[in-house]
Design a protein. Sequence first.
Length: 243
Amino acid sequence: MIEIQNQILGSFAKGGEKKYRRPQSLPEQIAQQISQAILRGDYGPGDPIKEQNLADTFQVSRGPIREALRILEKDGVVQILPNRGAHITRLSSREVRDIFEIRAALSQLVIRYLCNTRDEELRQGFIAGAAGIAELAKGEDLLDEYVNESFKLSQMLANSSENMRLAEMMQSLARQTMRYTLLGLRRTDRRRKSAAIWQKLSTSVGNRDEKTSGRYILQLINDSMSAAIEELEAEATSQTTPE
């Protein structure tokens, strides 16, 4: 069995007592790796996901694979059909907009936790990552690296919340929007514009400025949504236009 390390999602000190988030279960870790495979383009919208192939890849029984697929189904990443198994979802522009709008609204709440967290290591890690993402925006062939770093920053933002339910919702929404974020960041100029906002967000979080940080995180998510929908609609038009 391949080794998948349990990850402690964050720690917070209250009254001298250190509290830890629970480690991810094996199905949760597998679900995250499947999400990464979708992000890499290993699977496209509508593609089937074979349980046995995944079980062989991860060297586990099909039980944890089924649980991982149920997690992704809950996140809207896959759809499990009777007698047909799991398939990658194909969302409409309206559905993509709805998911991004929910994520944007919740991010306004979570950014307040990040600005005020007493977990200074987490806050400084976010600040450094957001400031350094500009280097990844410079290369035309660094799309995957840029999106992965953006996803990590979104996870750090979620982990700053002392509200575990909110953190889990934010992580789920990040997984749901990840491949559409990738779609919207395919152009180098879009990545550079995104990186500039991340850098401003880094400064405002460093100053613990909730209001300004909230404005920048909202801009990041709304820009990603608009770019993703533009790309989806362009693809739909090209598929329906006769040659």
